[in-house]
Design a protein around this ligand. Structure first.
Ligand SMILES: NC(=O)c1ccc[n+]([C@@H]2O[C@H](COP(=O)([O-])OP(=O)(O)OC[C@H]3O[C@@H](n4cnc5c(N)ncnc54)[C@H](OP(=O)(O)O)[C@@H]3O)[C@@H](O)[C@H]2O)c1
Length: 285
């Protein structure tokens, strides 16, 4: 199976490159400098010359707050380009793997009680910010294209490459003695290496459709931070606070948990509880 990876310089893209190198997979990794996914002709050139079986789209506009000021750019990358990619994949018979997000849902705090296991794949979408709207528009483009696809929704992504919450907490623990962390947003970290492993398993099993990928269990950013510092034996005072203490341009979902029941039925998929996943991540990081 030949894979073409777009957005290969990002957090998830780099994880894919690492995985392919370690598993003797034939792949072509294109970072944003090599291929801007909004340039259709360049995309076609690369597909024609490499002729992949699967296109793994890790490219995305991910600046959640900036998207409020530049929604056109967010939509250009996350919706228009994704629509083009999926239509080309349809014409060329290439399977598309695309990553999406819990931000396609409203993240209403009451959804915690309606969906105690998290949002199911077929839950009603209702994004509350421009980033979420652009990502949902991308999903719709894929669904309408007729291509063979895997849309994989993830939340609270944490990996060895790039920036994420865990790395930020570890850095802040070196700089400060006290920290305030939000305790009214619920979700579960999704570890990048597990996203890649589980995606590859879905490909091997010839699965298609929308899948949620995340860790087991549910927590808050505050509880996650507490566990990071406990495991790393960091002496730091952390105070749980409400989201209102951290003003951000874009509205944030209060509820980000994704239901992982569907993927857990796929042969070879082992779901890890977030605490176990965190321990493993910190040991290898
Ligand atoms: N991070 C999370 O917590 C999270 C949560 C849920 C879902 N997701 C989704 O997971 C996927 C991967 O996220 P990530 O954390 O790996 O994001 P990331 O680290 O921001 O990586 C995205 C990559 O896309 C590239 N890119 C941006 N615009 C592009 C364009 N027009 N053409 C080609 N490449 C372009 C970026 O390059 P430059 O840096 O050069 O712009 C960057 O390397 C995304 O679809 C995201 O929406 C992420």
């Amino acid at each position: 199976m030949k894979l073409l990876i777009t957005g290969a310089g990002g957090q998830l893209g780099q994880e894919w490159v690492h995985f392919c190198e370690n598993n003797q997979i034939v792949f072509l990794a294109l970072g944003s400098q090599d291929l801007d996914i909004t340039e259709k002709s360049k995309l076609l050139e690369n597909l024609d010359s490499f002729n992949p079986d699967v296109l793994i789209n890790c490219a995305a506009y991910t600046k959640v707050d900036h998207a409020e000021d530049e929604p056109d750019l967010a939509f250009k990358v996350n919706a228009e380009a994704v629509k083009n990619i999926s239509e080309i994949c349809f014409l060329k018979g290439i399977k598309l793997v695309h990553y999406s997000t819990d931000y396609v849902f409203s993240g209403d705090i009451n959804d915690r009680f309606t969906f105690p296991k998290g949002y199911p794949e077929d839950g009603i979408t209702n994004p509350v910010n421009e980033y979420g709207k652009s990502k949902r528009a991308g999903e719709i483009g894929i669904l309408e294209s007729g291509c063979t696809y895997l849309i994989i929704r993830i939340s609270w992504l944490c990996g060895s490459y790039g920036d994420n919450f865990i790395k930020t907490m570890l850095r802040l623990a070196e700089e400060r003695n006290e920290l305030k962390v939000v305790n009214d947003q619920y979700g579960s970290p999704t570890f990048a290496d597990q996203v890649v492993e589980q995606t590859s398993r879905l490909l091997l099993e010839n699965c298609e459709g929308v899948f949620n990928v995340s860790s087991g269990g549910i927590t808050t950013w505050y509880e996650l931070a507490k566990e990071i510092f406990r495991l790393k034996k960091k002496e730091i005072l952390i105070e749980p606070v409400s989201s209102s203490e951290f003003k951000s341009k874009a509205a944030r979902p209060y509820f980000s948990k994704l239901d992982i029941q569907k993927i857990s039925t796929i042969p070879g998929i082992n779901i890890m509880h977030w605490q176990k996943g965190l321990k493993r991540f910190l040991n290898t990081f």
